[in-house]
Design a binder for this molecule. Structure first.
Ligand SMILES: Cc1cc2nc3c(=O)[nH]c(=O)nc-3n(C[C@H](O)[C@H](O)[C@H](O)COP(=O)(O)OP(=O)(O)OC[C@H]3O[C@@H](n4cnc5c(N)ncnc54)[C@H](O)[C@@H]3O)c2cc1C
Length: 296
């Protein structure tokens, strides 16, 4: 029986592991990817995490994991497919048939970006995070795909850096909030490409443009970067019917407390206005402290 079962070894889970280990709690981190360190591992460069300017996402994840290992955190390979409570005990079932028992669970399984699903969609220069990668496009041309608040916000953010931004949306009107829409329409360097569906990201090794089908016609837009903002999929399948979710995310405050006692949620998987490494790491720490208080 563990004091804490931490699910996911991204920044949130690893930070929780550091705090739990230092609080001398018997904690284990369960991760489905071999030596996984979460989404950040796939990005070339991180410029917005304090003190680690310019580090590659892979190296950052390794540093986080080494830190947790150095303090004695325990790790277990496994994919969690169900979580349920029996009395005061949390049961965590793994895909290989094992079940772990814990007094508390910190759920830090993150979220995945919905992909474009077109040829070229994984070329270098295709990004899912304008705040993270926008700095690379100073005075360049970007295309943003999507029609919600994230896409509008990304287009505005990029319009302050890039020479020109194309905002590509499949409908003739946006879903995002009115004030953002007005700002986007007022920006001189944002061109709206409406009723247009991406069919391919163009380029050899790096992005050189994007091909769309607009009102039945193919059109090629030259661009140095393509920002995809067509939604996120929170990794909450094991929690369905277990605790309150909101739009698929775990409803939890800054202290990580969910609707269920002893179950805490940290990082991208919880309802939060900002999904970044810095917020995930802070969440992990808050959840560990909340779990410790609950155990006491
Ligand atoms: C391309 C890209 C670039 C980014 N750039 C930046 C940046 O420059 N700066 C920045 O601050 N943020 C950046 N981010 C965002 C940042 O990566 C996330 O906010 C952060 O990783 C969230 O951490 P997390 O621990 O909550 O979740 P994640 O990093 O998603 O980690 C969740 C972990 O849980 C594991 N997991 C999921 N389901 C299960 C399961 N059922 N059982 C066991 N394990 C499971 C996953 O394998 C994963 O390792 C970027 C994201 C992407 C995709």
């Amino acid at each position: 029986m563990y004091d804490v079962i931490i699910i996911g070894s991204g920044p949130a889970g690893l930070s929780a592991a550091v705090y739990c280990t230092r609080a001398q709690l018997d904690a284990v981190v369960v991760e489905k990817e071999y030596m996984g360190t979460g989404q950040i591992a796939v990005t070339d460069r991180v410029d917005n995490y304090l003190g680690l300017y310019g580090i590659s996402g892979y190296d950052m994840g390794e540093k986080f994991r080494e830190h947790a290992e150095e303090l004695g955190a325990q790790f277990l390979d496994g994919e969690v497919n169900k979580i349920y409570k029996s009395g005061d005990i949390w049961n965590v079932s793994l895909a290989d048939g094992k079940t772990l028992e814990g007094r508390t669970v910190i759920y830090a399984a993150g979220a995945s970006h919905r992909q474009l699903g077109v040829p070229g969609g994984t070329l270098s220069g295709v990004s899912y995070c304008a705040v993270c990668d926008g700095g690379f496009y100073k005075d360049k041309v970007c295309a943003v795909v999507g029609g919600g608040d994230t896409a509008l916000g990304d287009a505005l953010y990029l319009s302050k850096l890039a020479k020109k931004v194309y905002l590509i949306h499949r409908r003739d009107e946006f879903r995002g909030n009115r004030s953002l829409q007005e700002k986007v329409r007022a920006a001189e360097n944002i061109e709206l490409v409406l009723e247009a569906v991406p069919t391919a990201v163009l380029g050899d090794k790096r992005v050189s443009g994007i091909e769309v089908e607009q009102r039945g016609e193919k059109r090629t837009i030259e661009a140095d970067g393509v920002f995809v903002a067509v939604g996120m999929i929170p990794n909450t399948a094991p929690l369905e019917g277990v605790c309150e979710l909101e739009g698929g995310y775990v409803r939890a405050g800054e202290d990580g407390k969910t609707s269920e006692e002893g179950l805490f949620a940290a990082g991208d998987v919880r309802t939060t206005p900002l999904r970044q490494v810095v917020t995930a790491v802070a969440d992990g720490a808050n959840c560990a402290v909340s779990a410790e208080e609950y155990l006491r």
